[in-house]
Every structure is written in C-alpha cells, then in structure tokens.
Write a protein that binds this ligand. Structure first.
Ligand code: NAP
Length: 464
C-alpha cells in the first residue's frame, strides 16, 4: 500500500470543501434573500483553494511571483469592484469572464509546452480547453469593448460566416495535429493555434450587437466554465473541475433562459443580424402623439386607483430611483392601493438587475412578479407606472413582424386602463427603436429624471 501522505490528504480535502462551497454558494445565489451569503461562501471557497495551492508538492518555487500576481489581480479587482456603477456591471462581467477564459487557456499553454509524456486523452483535453478558453477570452474582450462604448456598431461583410467557419476548422485541425504529434510539434504550430483561436473569438463577436450582447456574454461565461473544467481535469484539480462544471452548466442554463426571454434560439443570436438598431427600417410607422401629464395629476390617479403596477427598467437604475419608488409604494399602500412590481427578465442591463435594485431598496419579494405571473393582470390594472423601461413594454414586439424586437415577450402594459411613462425625454431604449406604447390613447408621458419624478409624486401624494 502506498504511504499515506497527510499533506496531500489535507490539500485534496480542502479542494473538496472549496468545491462544496462553490456549489452551495451558487445555490444560495438563486434567491435574492440569500444571494449575498452565497457570494461570501463561494468567495471563502476560492480563498481556501488559492491558499492551499501554495502547499502543493509541484509548486515548490515561484512563491514570490504567485503572491505578486495574486496581489496585483486582487487589488485591481477590489478597486474596480468597489467603483463600478450598477449600470456598468455587464461589461465588468464580460471582462472578468474573459480573464477566466484567458487563465484557462494560459494553463493549457503551459501544460502543452512543458509536457514530456502525457496521455493522449489528457493532451486532447488540454487542447480543447485551450481552444474554448481562448475564444471566450477574445470574444469577451470584444463584448466588453462594445458595452463600454470603446467599439461602436457591428462589423459585417460578405462570406463572414464562411470565413469564421474556416478559421475555426483550421484552428481545430492544428489542435488535432498538436494532439497527434505528441511532443514533436513546434512552438510555431502552438502559436498559430492560439492566434487562430483568438481571431475566431473576435470574428464571431464583432457582427453581434444590440440586445444580443447579454446573451453572448452569458454564452462566453459558459464556455469559460467549460475550459476551466477541462483544465481542472488535466491538472487533476477537483476544485477547478467542479467550479468549471458548475459555471459551465449555470452559464448554459442562463444563456438558454435569456434567449428564451427574448424568444430567440442561440443559433439566431450567433448567426443572424438581430439586435442591431439599424435593422428596423421596415418597422411600422407610429401613429398618434405623445401626451404629457404632470406629477400632481398622476398622484391623484394613483391615489384613487385600486391596483397600480410598477414596471421598472434601465432608467430606474440610471436614476437610482429605487428608494424613492419604494417610498411612493408605501404611501400608496397606506391609502389602501394594491401595488405590484412587474419584472421583465431582460429589464435593465443584466439578468436580475431590477430584482437587485428593488431588494436593495427593501421592497418585499411578495409584491414582485415575473412576466408570466403578472401579464394576465394588466387588463384589470387601473394604473401602470413605467419608470425608465422602454423595450420591455414595446407592443411592437407583439404586433409588428418587421420590428427588430418582434417575438420578444413583453410586459403587456398597454392592456392596462391607464399607462404613465416616466422618462427624461424622447430617448429610445437599448434596441434604438420607437415605442408604440408612448403614443397610445391610454398613455401619458411624465417627463423627468426617474428619481426626481418619484420624489415629486411622493410630495404630491402627501399633499392630497
Ligand atoms: P431600455 O429599453 O434600455 O430603456 C430605458 C429607458 O430609460 C430609455 O428609454 C430612457 O429614455 C430612460 N431613462 C434613461 N435614464 C433615465 C433616467 N435617469 N430617468 C428616467 N428615465 C431614464 O430599458 P428596458 O426597458 O429595461 O429594456 C432593457 C433593454 O436592454 C432590452 O432591450 C434588453 O434586451 C437590453 N439588455 C438587457 C440586459 C439584461 O440582461 N437585462 C443586458 C443588456 C441589454 P430617456 O433617455 O428619454 O430618459
């Protein structure tokens, strides 16, 4: 029997506990009530896995380099995490996600470079992980640049899909050559392999735009998880393996859910021209006019309503109006009005964006409803208050087959008896198209910054 190695046992046990913490943490992130705790648990798991790696038998040098790298990375992440505005969160996620993919690819590169005798299966997994990780890395960086406004528009040209497929097939063939040649392959082959994989990630992302970006980021997130999982297997590191698989499967599920919320198959997101604001030339022209209303009249309407449904959107996040909106809600409730919040799955700029803001303001979960739960209720709703939402209440998605957002499920605010839309001016939503709801007979526009308007409504209500 082999000698029992106590240190090795402790290391593997720590990885196991870290992996458990990742899974339990993720489970807790499933509900806004426990999400903060979930993040702390997963973080503790990550710290444990990182620290115990210092004692790994194969890591008996480079402690200084490791510590410096962790210090620099940790400091940058801490500062940027503290500073980032809620509205910039999607690009932050894209960037961090890209780093994960890049790290997995870098691990693969080191393994492939230093390997002497490695079973072919392990080598194959390293190559697959390298390919996926590199694509996720460069693709996520392009997604970051787009969302950060560093790169504008979409890039499309003839035979694009064919060229993309060609680059992918050549990268795959070189990957196969690396696996089959064992240690005989040249440095040049490996370099060309990584360059092609980087190129593919860029090429596949540049034609995607607009409303499809969050779906793509989620897809790259799933790919990063997969790459980390593969490299975890190659390194025989259970924490990496499990974390990778968890991220890979959670990312895949999220991608599917987001695509479903926008009524779009993933293949459409990747290979068609949706999500581009220029794509709506044939969309039906809007008829009617926008009719303005003031805060006093709106407060009277709401105060004497039986049921009010509030639909928050990206503009509420920009205005940071959630606290005032909750204050308004409490005033209405005190007057005996039933108030409910309706949340569209892609409202805001990241999944769960509105839920996070409302939770932060203290809005109880039992008055927050998902699209499927509330859509039936609009015809019996006296007043819908749309605050900073636009695309998610655009009836063109339901009525106009030529609209770029046609087919996306929306909150049927237009079915309510009265609709009040709070926004600053005539700005379009994320998709860049006109909203037919704003011109409807039962809609009134209440112009102003979301927070200011919510304050005015509270003041008017108090004076009634
Ligand atoms: P939206 O369509 O982007 O519209 C937001 C509206 O808020 C704008 O029309 C803007 O009009 C108004 N606004 C901006 N700042 C404001 C302020 N300070 N006060 C009041 N209003 C303000 O928002 P949405 O209805 O939430 O839809 C989300 C869109 O983002 C969808 O197209 C979705 O596909 C996309 N998206 C979603 C995610 C996600 O995962 N949730 C991620 C990325 C993209 P004014 O300029 O006139 O004020």
């Amino acid at each position: 029997m082999e000698d029992f190695n106590f240190l090795e046992f402790i290391i593997q046990a720590t990885y196991f506990v870290a992996a458990l913490l990742f899974i339990l943490g993720l489970k807790q992130m499933g509900s806004p009530m426990t999400a903060r705790r979930g993040i702390v648990w997963a973080g503790v798991g990550m710290v444990m896995a990182t620290l115990i790696t210092y004692f790994h038998s194969e890591i008996n040098h480079n402690y200084l380099l490791m510590t410096v790298a962790i210090g620099i990375g940790g400091a940058i992440a801490y500062v940027s995490g503290k500073k980032v505005a809620m509205t910039d969160m999607p690009q932050m996620i894209a960037l961090y996600n890209g780093m994960g993919g890049g790290a997995a690819a870098a691990i693969a590169a080191v393994i492939l470079l230093k390997q002497d005798e490695m079973p072919m299966t392990i080598q194959a997994l390293a190559v697959i992980g390298a390919l996926i990780g590199t694509v996720a890395f460069s693709g996520s960086l392009v997604a970051y640049a787009k969302l950060q406004g560093l790169m504008r528009g979409v890039i499309r040209f003839p035979m694009q899909q064919f060229l993309n497929a060609l680059v992918f097939v050549v990268a795959l063939t070189i990957g196969l050559a690396i696996i089959l040649n064992g240690t005989e392959y040249s440095m040049t082959l490996l370099t060309v392999f990584f360059v092609l994989a980087l190129l593919f990630g860029i090429m596949v992302t540049v034609p995607i735009g607009g409303a499809d970006m969050p779906v793509v980021i989620s897809l790259f997130n799933a790919l990063t998880g997969l790459a980390v999982g593969f490299e975890g297997y190659v390194l025989a590191n259970p924490a990496m393996m499990i974390a990778g698989i968890v991220v890979g499967s959670a990312g895949t599920l999220l991608t599917q859910l987001m695509a479903k919320a926008m009524n779009r198959p993933i293949s459409n997101v990747l290979f068609s021209n949706f999500g581009d604001a220029d794509g709506g030339d044939d969309a039906a022209a809007v008829s009617g006019s926008m009719k303005e209303i003031d805060a006093t009249d709106v407060s009277v309407m709401m105060a004497f309503a039986e049921k009010v449904v509030i639909i928050p959107g990206y503009g509420m996040a920009v205005a940071q109006a959630q606290h005032k909106v909750w204050e308004l809600t409490k005033h209405l409730q005190d007057r005996g009005v039933t108030v409910k919040f309706a949340i569209h799955p892609v409202a805001g700029r990241m999944p769960g964006h509105m839920n996070v803001l409302l939770a932060e303001a203290g809005v109880p979960y039992d008055i927050i409803y998902d699209l499927d739960e509330i859509n039936e209720e609009f015809p019996t709703t006296d007043v819908v208050l749309v605050i900073g939402a636009n695309d998610v209440v655009n009836p063109a998605a339901r009525n106009d087959p030529n609209s770029p957002i046609y087919g996306m499920p929306i909150l049927n605010a237009d079915y309510a008896k009265n609709v009040i839309v709070v926004k600053r001016g005539k700005g379009t939503g994320f998709s860049g198209i006109e909203n037919h709801l704003f011109f409807a007979d039962n809609t009134r526009m209440l112009y102003g910054d979301g927070q200011d308007v919510a304050s005015d409504l509270v003041t008017s209500l108090k004076e009634l």
